[in-house]
Write a protein that binds this ligand. Structure first.
Ligand SMILES: [Zn+2]
Length: 218
């Protein structure tokens, strides 16, 4: 009798999960989950994939003499993500700087930082705070070194999704994100030399059209 009960419960659980999968989109369950889990299913959480709007013209622009300033800005943004991630104990898989590097990796963007995705989509508060600092670090690095950040829209969008999934209320999410931004800005100010050095290293390794061995031509 007890085992019948267990079987029935398991059966219902499977049915519920199946129904959620089939009808989730119609029940309004899906938006957060689908987007974030799609990112997770790809095996890496990739920031800035849509940033700096990489297209063919950018490949050329980056190869021209003035292109280095643009690449340096991307490198500093990505270095912000990478350094803070290291400090937070999040493993960085790959940092790409420049449209050519992205294109070689099959991405159309100007730069990207990739992480192992979190083990679960519904993150506890400590992890949310950690991811908030990492996701906001690119913009904070630009703020520090240029006085403003260009874009960062997809960093913010991803952060919004993680907080949305967490079940925390909106006021808490906003408060925590403002706090994370202050914390990361202060941390980067204290590590500015390291940030600039990391960015220069990324810049040296960044491939450019007509500059295949960029590091040697500096
Ligand atoms: Zn970013």
């Amino acid at each position: 009798m007890a085992s019948d009960q267990t079987a029935l419960t398991a059966g219902l659980a499977v049915l519920t999960i199946s129904l959620a999968a089939v009808f989730g989109p119609f029940l309004g369950i899906s938006p957060w989950w689908t987007t974030v889990f799609t990112a997770f299913a790809l095996g890496a959480l990739s920031l800035d994939a849509a940033r700096f709007g990489g297209r063919g013209g950018h490949l050329l622009a980056e190869a021209l003499p003035g292109g280095k300033a643009r690449l340096r800005r991307i490198a500093r943004h990505e270095a912000g993500h990478a350094l803070v991630a290291q400090a937070e104990g999040l493993a960085v898989r790959r940092v790409l700087v420049g449209s050519l590097a992205a294109l070689q990796a099959g991405l159309t963007c100007g730069g990207s930082t990739e992480f192992d995705p979190p083990a679960t989509a519904k993150l506890p508060l400590d992890d949310l705070r950690r991811w908030s600092r990492v996701l906001l670090a690119g913009m904070a690095a630009e703020d520090l070194l240029y006085g403003e950040s260009v874009g960062g829209a997809d960093d913010r969008a991803l952060l919004g999704r993680l907080w949305g999934l967490s079940g925390q209320d909106v006021a808490t999410a906003q408060l925590e994100q403002r706090r994370a931004r202050r914390e990361v800005a202060q941390w980067l100010r204290q590590h500015q030399d390291e940030l600039e050095a990391e960015a220069e290293q990324l810049l040296e390794r960044a491939p450019r059209l007509g500059h295949p061995i960029a590091a040697l031509s500096l």
